[in-house]
Design a protein around this ligand. Structure first.
Ligand SMILES: Nc1ncnc2c1ncn2[C@@H]1O[C@H](COP(=O)(O)OP(=O)(O)O)[C@@H](O)[C@H]1O
Ligand SMILES: [Mg+2]
Length: 322
């Protein structure tokens, strides 16, 4: 049974008086106890997916269609009050900048306590006790002292651990994490990803949607992956199958560009060209112009065929059409 079922999601931004689709007809699902990586270069629409699911879109954006099934409800359709209870309650959130979750003016312990008291029936004393336990669970050293620290007294890595403590405080069924480790160095990044896996997936059977531009992060943390390009999902599958046998030329290019043991840092290959801006996308396959395997039928205005290979594996590319 799916925990999260996103169907035909569309999100638009108004720019220069026109509504432009940033997320075009995206569908995916996520079960409890698994992590799905949503990957693509900057500008592909990953954050717009996250903000759509959380209903935290900016003022010039709108959900233009689709269904977001979660907890027996359609998040695209429920009222604002109910959605507010979901956020920080059944749905935990993490962002690249931990200060999105932390208020510089309040001590760490009282911020975690506040989240607990908002969503759970606990008094201040109990909330403080739980906050201490949470700081310990995210491996913050000297947790007792950190309870009374302000965010600026912590390092970036410690702040992101504190943000994780807030995200998991109310035992969410789903964590939506948008580039949660991008600002951190590799060692700390690995520690935080490990915590996300153990605390949410292994110990609690929650589902994690992990958004990243880094395929290494996906390889270490996720069970399945969805590759996003210019507002669409172009390939999905288990991490094992997609990494062993990438089918979409964009996935192949991403993997070739990813740093690995054979590519020393600094000599990172990139994919020629860039993600087209909204309103500048080619018709047909949106990867046209950057694809090494382009052929005339890629311009077919109906777009590339979606080819399903097995339960989890799908690719949208003419090269794989039957
Ligand atoms: N507030 C906004 N107004 C207009 N366009 C936006 C806004 N936010 C993002 N976009 C555009 O939407 C597209 C997807 O952006 P985003 O979801 O941030 O991508 P990603 O997270 O994958 O880097 C980009 O073309 C971006 O320029
Ligand atoms: Mg983003």
């Amino acid at each position: 049974m799916s925990l999260l079922e996103v169907n035909h999601l569309r999100t638009e931004f108004e720019t220069g008086g026109n509504w432009q689709e940033a997320v075009s007809d995206i569908s995916f699902d996520l079960a409890g106890g698994e992590a799905l990586g949503l990957v693509g270069e900057s500008g592909c629409g990953k954050s717009t997916v996250a903000f759509s699911l959380m209903r935290l879109l900016p003022g010039n954006a709108r959900l233009a269609g689709g269904r977001i099934g979660f907890d027996g409800k359609d998040l695209a359709d429920i009222g604002e009050d109910e959605m507010r209870r979901m956020r920080g309650g059944r749905i935990g959130m993490m962002f690249q900048n931990p200060m999105t979750a932390l208020d510089p003016a309040f001590r760490i312990g009282s911020q975690i306590g506040e989240t607990l008291q908002t969503h759970l029936d606990v008094d201040r004393k109990e909330a403080r006790r739980m906050a201490l336990e949470l700081l310990r669970s995210v491996a913050i050293p000297a947790a007792e002292e950190r309870l009374d620290a302000y965010p600026h007294e912590l390092s970036g890595g410690m702040r992101q651990r504190a943000a994780l403590a807030i995200a998991i405080a109310c035992r969410p069924r789903l964590l939506i994490a948008d580039e949660p480790t991008t600002a951190l160095d590799v060692t700390i990044q690995a520690q935080i990803l490990r915590l996300i896996r153990t605390l949410l997936i292994e110990e609690r059977g929650a589902g994690v949607l992990l958004i990243t531009h880094d395929l290494g992060v996906v390889a270490h943390t996720c069970d399945r992956v969805a590759i996003m390009y210019a507002g669409e999902i172009v390939e999905t599958g288990t991490v094992a199958s997609v990494f062993a046998n990438p089918l979409h030329p964009y996935t192949q290019a991403l993997l070739e560009a990813a740093p690995n043991a054979r590519t020393p840092r600094g000599s990172l290959a990139t994919i020629p060209g860039r993600v087209p801006a909204l309103g500048m996308r080619p018709s047909g396959c949106r990867f046209r112009g950057r694809c090494a395997f382009e052929r005339p039928d890629c311009a077919d205005p109906s777009g590339p065929p979606r080819v399903r290979l097995d339960k989890h594996r799908e690719v949208a590319c003419v090269l794989h059409a039957a």
